[in-house]
Design a protein around this ligand. Structure first.
Ligand SMILES: [Zn+2]
Ligand SMILES: [Zn+2]
Ligand SMILES: [Zn+2]
Length: 297
């Protein structure tokens, strides 16, 4: 599997509009964070969230086909680029040679999330779902509720098995996603968890039951201080420790610290987390994600 992180910033992005803080003025490219999104390019083309900068992200990181979209929740920073799915949702609209991108979209581009998110996007983007055709076109999407999928019946898209997992984001339900592929007698996986400020024990069990060996864990870690709807760095590392991945990446990061300072913060406390500490000693990555980071397994 191959994934690129299209964005790793909090809802404002970094730099924040109008902010003159040192981080927002940083010349380190890793301190420039677009809104959170990820793109699995192999073995299938799957987009996780479609925020307001999706067009920029798609051009910057060469997103050349989308077989399906997964939505974590309906906050604007994860959804409001939905109109730019147009190019991927019409039959042959993008590239006649790319079979994955257009030819099977009779019903539209599959967009998966839990039922409440689908109801919300059908309400908020009613022009997409109504009969009236807008000038310039609109995305053709096929919303699919994920409630029926479970460990024995995952979503299957072109060679990758995908399972949603319930996260709590303030009072909202949010979906994390496990991407799984066969490896030897078992499985290897990439686990993507944002946005959340708590995770039910049942969700941790569900991840452990499905994921097999977790090669890459991407998890919401907003800042040092606690927050009502996001994990702090320490809270994110606590959950990462329970999942024992080979590599762990914090995402949805604010402008409070430089990238290198987030890494220093993690390094200073990593001995509290034996599994993560050991993963790092074995050459794994435990620290802040950055835009354009490529994860392969
Ligand atoms: Zn967010
Ligand atoms: Zn700032
Ligand atoms: Zn959110």
């Amino acid at each position: 599997m191959k994934m690129v992180l299209l964005g790793t910033g909090t809802s404002h992005g970094v730099p924040v509009i109008g902010c003159d803080c040192k981080v927002c003025r940083s010349l380190d490219a890793r301190d420039n964070r677009l809104r959170c999104s990820a793109y699995l390019s192999e073995p299938a083309k799957v987009l996780v969230d479609v925020g307001p900068e999706f067009r920029i992200q798609a051009l910057r990181y060469k997103v050349k086909g989308v077989d399906a979209v997964l939505l974590s929740h309906s906050h604007a920073d994860h959804l409001h680029g939905i109109d730019d799915l147009r190019i991927f949702s019409h039959s042959k609209a993008y590239d006649p040679h790319n079979k994955g991108a257009g030819e099977t979209k009779g019903e539209g581009l599959p967009v998966y999330s839990h039922r409440a998110v689908i109801e919300d996007i059908r309400h908020r983007f009613s022009y997409i779902f109504g009969e009236v055709r807008q000038g310039g076109g609109k995305p053709k999407v096929n919303t699919i509720a994920t409630e029926g999928y479970d460990v024995d019946n995952p979503i299957r898209i072109g060679g990758v098995e995908i399972l949603p997992v319930l996260l709590k984001h303030g009072y909202l339900d949010d979906s994390g996603w496990i991407f799984r592929e066969k490896a030897g007698d078992g499985h290897k996986s990439i686990v993507y968890l944002t946005d959340l400020n708590s995770i039910p024990d049942a969700s941790v069990d569900r991840i452990k039951a499905f994921a097999g060996r977790i090669e890459h864990l991407i998890i919401d870690g907003l800042r040092v201080l606690p927050h009502s709807t996001h994990f702090s760095f320490e809270q994110a590392l606590e959950v990462a420790e329970r999942l024992a991945p080979r590599n762990a990446y914090l995402t949805h990061i604010t402008h409070n610290l430089f990238h290198y300072q987030v890494q220093e913060f993690v390094d200073a406390i990593i001995s509290r987390y034996p599994c993560l500490d050991s993963a790092k000693r074995n050459g794994g990555y435990v620290g802040p994600a950055f835009d354009g980071m490529e994860l392969v397994c």
